[in-house]
Design a protein around this ligand. Sequence first.
Ligand code: ZN
Length: 303
Amino acid sequence: MDLIDVTSEFGTNEKCLAYLEALRWPDGVECTECGSKRVSKIARHKEGKNKRSVVYQCLNPKCKAQFSATSGTLFNDSHLPLTKWFLAVALMCNAKKGISAKQMQRDLHVSYKTAWYLCHRIRKAMEEGELPKFTGTVEVDETYVGGRYDRRRKREPWEKQGVMGFVERGGRVEAYPIPTPSTTVLVGKIKDRISTDAELVVTDQYIGYKAVEKTHRHAVINHIREWVRGQIHTNTIENFWSLFKRGLIGSFHKVSAKHLPRYLAEFTYRFNRREEEGIFMMTLVRLLSTIALPYKMVIAEES
Ligand SMILES: [Zn+2]
């Protein structure tokens, strides 16, 4: 679903609403208050503030609630037309290197505040819950971001924010901020994320990974001498790092350590679904299940 598809298929709020309705109730409309399937449809002529063009009336005499496909979701609380929400989702799903709020502001013709809120909410919807441990061949590597180069101070890598990444061959990538690249941190995280029965853990020769061999099948690629030895390489995770770093430099300029987990969530989400057709739809489904949170509370949540 690229921008042209979204513009032509979801050019009106009615079309967006019909799509959300099908996503929310694949087995037919249900009352959002009591779950009854006995509902009647009311079409409205005019769409006012927070008023959808199609609403439903629950026919359960004890309930009688009126609702729409967006009731109780964040779409309902926002004054932004659904068409702009749909475009924002498409922009974020398609931007391999991410998209800044400034860019979103220009593309959607909205205020900076609105663009920021949109980016933030969509990024939050991209966060994964608890994931199972890796069991296959897993590349593990760490990288360092942020801490803009300062000529007077000559920042060293350890003054930057460390990020540790895992990628399973033929599987997903995961990335986490780390306080320091010490053995305790690195090996602890490996134990936490990779099953001891996993096929193989591949790292570079960095001393911090030495102890992995005590708990896992461990292969080391020595980057001083070689980059690939058959299946022994860390190229997949390095591809992810380069995409992530180009995104950080190109679109975001400076990401504070506080916001790093959310950006990592966004980049891993997109990377893990880069070959899937349904990423646009999946993201909308996630947004539908995100409860409404007013702007003021989003700001509070941030600080
Ligand atoms: Zn009801």
